[in-house]
Ligand binder design. Sequence first.
Ligand code: GLN
Length: 330
Amino acid sequence: MTNTENSPFYDYLVKLHQKYSSLNNGKIPNYIPELTEAKAEWFGISVITTDGQIFEVGNCDQLFTIQSISKAFVFGLALEDHGREYVNSKVSVEPTGEAFNSITLDEKTNRPYNPMVNAGAIATADLIKGDTATERLKRILAMFKRYTGKEHEIDVPVFLSEKATGNKNRAMSYLMLNFNMVSDRIEETLDLYFQQCSIRVNARDIAMLSATLANGGVNPITQERAIDEHYVQDVISVMLTCGMYDASGEWTYRVGIPAKSGVGGGISAVVPKILGIGTFSPLLDAKGNSIRGIKVCEDLSRDFGLHLFNMGKPKHNLQEWIGEGKIEND
Ligand code: GLN
């Protein structure tokens, strides 16, 4: 790793962190009781380029639960296990415009709307192959290790807290069973879903997950392939259209970077071929997205022209600041 702290991009991130660390709007969610253990001041920003430079500021070692960010990656594994057609027969890819935990299925096909809302994520978890519950969980953990290059643990108190209180998720699972969208091992699949959401990560891990997708599915440091290259575009597209739940339209309009948030306070954002962003701050807005994380991504997008459809000259030249790397080659 190069000494990125001498870079003007690092100085920019330090200022960005200062700018938003006093922003105390939003709430730590309490619908999963154990999540209230988080501290409002926790705030980390990590950016990892596809040529492996790591820039980070703030609480980038603080562990928190990945929550819904896991959904994008487990969707990728389901695609590898079954292919597009079968996965799409069980879960659609349409934005809902509704809250992440709403109990709604597509009226015509009975499918959950997309893999980024809870119903669709549970249907996706159901698709993960393995002869036993343990094997299915181990396959998910092994997948996250390929992305981040390190072992991850489950936060057992968060898992148990969610299992004890997650009756809305249970209700939508039974509704999907009624329509044959999931198999009848409901409690096993719900456990798997709650466990995948309870995986412990830090902001750097989130940036690494994002950077691996940005790098076509190959971890930029270990060079290990985490996902079949054919499915990278599937995962990133659904992040763009559905990753911020019922704020996805506004997010795409304002920020224009495919992203996925989680109620643990993380946001993963993918700038294809260039870099991955991981932000962490547990203060959430009413839709369940991290308020400081949104602000950080808005600023990065605007100041460096990272919006997918940006045609203007950005305030700062990212290429000059982070080096040539992959950007020049592409
Ligand atoms: N595990 C959480 C739930 O099922 C995930 C939600 C989220 O991160 N938006 O409610």
